[in-house]
Ligand binder design. Structure first.
Ligand SMILES: *[C@@H]1O[C@H](CO)[C@@H](O)[C@H](O)[C@H]1NC(C)=O
Ligand SMILES: *[C@@H]1O[C@H](CO)[C@@H](O)[C@H](O)[C@H]1NC(C)=O
Ligand SMILES: *[C@@H]1O[C@H](CO)[C@@H](O)[C@H](O)[C@H]1NC(C)=O
Ligand SMILES: *[C@@H]1O[C@H](CO)[C@@H](O)[C@H](O)[C@H]1NC(C)=O
Ligand SMILES: CC(=O)N[C@H]1CO[C@H](CO)[C@@H](O)[C@@H]1O
Length: 399
């Protein structure tokens, strides 16, 4: 068995372990390096001091373990000035005295202080505001954000931040205040910048599109279509904040829409073109507040009115329009399918790699077992030969 430890099996195991541990090692390394970081502005002159203690001149500087430095000057106190530093000037700098002793080392990260943010807010109902932002200046540096929200004559309350998605949420804003102010502060190692925007919640109020839209023929009426839908799930109980709905429809291929408005959640269209497939869409708006915005239109529904002499091919349920509607459903299912198959391919690839690794492992084990058995065999042969030789010797010794 000790033969196994130094054998190829052990090597294989070590190789596999190091292979699987590599990403976490890299992680630890970057964390260590981050402990001594100096930040500087891109495209400016950046000064790196050679330690705090008094310096024995001359000193030598290395960048990423190489003596090739970006455009620079070394000052009389040994500090290094990088002139008009660009991205490639980032990295690990170390300075040495003339005997080769390391005096100081530092990691340089370059970037820019934060600039003004561009901010936009969505108001899907009366109790929720979500504001998101994007940087107008690329800073290249990690940043933190804080945000506050207030009505014109009101105490400010925090806008709760989601750092990864760069947005923040306000719950139960004071809707009766017309003007609201949002302030977002971005802070990084080089500075801090506050952006503030003013807006009117009633003008930003925009419901999500109506849900569960269905369009059906009306048995016995060749010019009628029944369209129904539900309040969007993000809109609170129907009675407190009623919505009004805008329905539009046209025979497939026509460019002219017919329209209907209602506060109900169902309409019967009575002027459909007999025998033709129709396209139907619905959108919603807060019924009380006409300054507010219409939702986006729902996906196109296709439906054909009832025709005399034809039997009902499809059951009269909400899914039947989808059967007529190859256009809206097909792209969805096909993208889902392709994503699935990509994921499956990945899985298959992993499985294959595992299988190959496993069979290499088995092969190595077998080989080293054979090797051990062979070694033992040889040793025994060797021993018997020696025994024989000594016996011969003993015989030849005269008694
Ligand atoms: C950087 O240093 C150089 C040389 O000392 C000088 O000419 C230049 O004006 C400096 N640039 C800035 C932005 O300070
Ligand atoms: C030095 O290393 C840093 C990363 O540690 C890299 O961004 C930079 O481009 C490197 N520069 C040179 C000149 O090798
Ligand atoms: C956000 O951070 C800035 C800078 O650190 C600070 O001045 C401001 O008071 C902070 N705002 C809030 C709402 O915490
Ligand atoms: C308002 O919209 C948000 C975001 O869609 C949702 O989380 C919340 O439940 C909605 N509020 C009500 C009362 O429906
Ligand atoms: C911060 C950092 O990574 N410092 C390293 C830079 O390079 C010198 C010389 O090789 C190392 O000693 C430092 O640890």
């Amino acid at each position: 068995m000790p033969g196994l430890l130094s054998g190829p099996v052990c090597l294989t195991v070590i190789w596999m372990l190091s292979w699987s541990l590599r990403p976490s090692c890299a992680q630890i390394w970057t964390d260590e390096v981050l402990s001594d970081v100096q930040y500087g502005r891109l495209d400016s002159n950046v000064t790196l001091a050679c330690g705090k203690s008094e310096i024995r001149i001359p000193v030598m500087w290395l960048h990423n373990h190489s003596s090739v430095l970006p455009w620079h000057q070394v000052m009389s106190d040994g500090s290094l000035v990088l002139l008009h530093a660009d991205q490639s000037a980032q990295g690990n700098y170390s300075c040495y005295d003339d005997s080769g002793l390391l005096l100081h080392s530092v990691r340089l990260r370059l970037g820019r202080p934060p600039g003004i943010l561009s901010i936009s807010c969505q108001v899907p109902n009366h109790t929720h505001v979500r504001c998101s932002w994007s940087e107008s200046v690329k800073t290249f540096l990690p940043a933190t954000f804080n945000a506050s929200f207030r009505g014109k004559t009101q105490e400010s309350k925090p806008c709760i931040i989601d750092v990864t998605h760069r947005h923040c949420d306000v719950h139960h804003p004071a809707f009766w205040q017309t003007i609201h102010i949002l302030k977002v502060t971005e802070t990084n190692a080089l500075g801090s910048q506050t952006t503030s925007v003013q807006f009117r919640l009633d003008k930003l109020l925009k419901p999500d599109p109506p849900a569960s839209v269905s369009a059906n023929k009306v048995e016995g009426f060749p010019m009628r279509l029944r369209v129904s839908w539900k309040y969007p799930t993000s809109w609170p109980q129907e009675n407190a904040f009623p919505l009004r709905f805008h329905i539009r429809y046209r025979p497939y291929g026509s460019s002219i829409w017919s329209e209907l408005f209602t506060v109900e959640v169902e309409v019967v269209i009575s002027d459909a073109l007999a025998g033709h497939i129709h396209q139907v869409q619905v959108r919603a708006q807060d019924d009380v507040n006409s300054d507010s915005q219409w939702s986006d239109w729902t996906a196109m529904r296709l439906v054909r009115p009832w025709e005399a002499g034809t039997t009902t091919e499809f059951p009269e349920d909400t899914t039947s329009p989808d059967v007529f509607n190859p256009f809206s459903t097909k792209p969805e299912t096909s993208t889902v399918k392709s994503q699935n198959s990509v994921a499956q391919d990945d899985d298959n690839f992993c499985l294959l790699v595992l299988l190959i690794l496993f069979s290499i492992f088995i092969l190595m084990t077998l080989l080293s077992l054979i090797f051990v058995v062979w070694m033992k065999h040889r040793r025994r042969e060797h021993a018997t030969k020696q025994e024989l030789a000594s016996m011969v010797k003993m015989k030849s010794v005269p008694i």
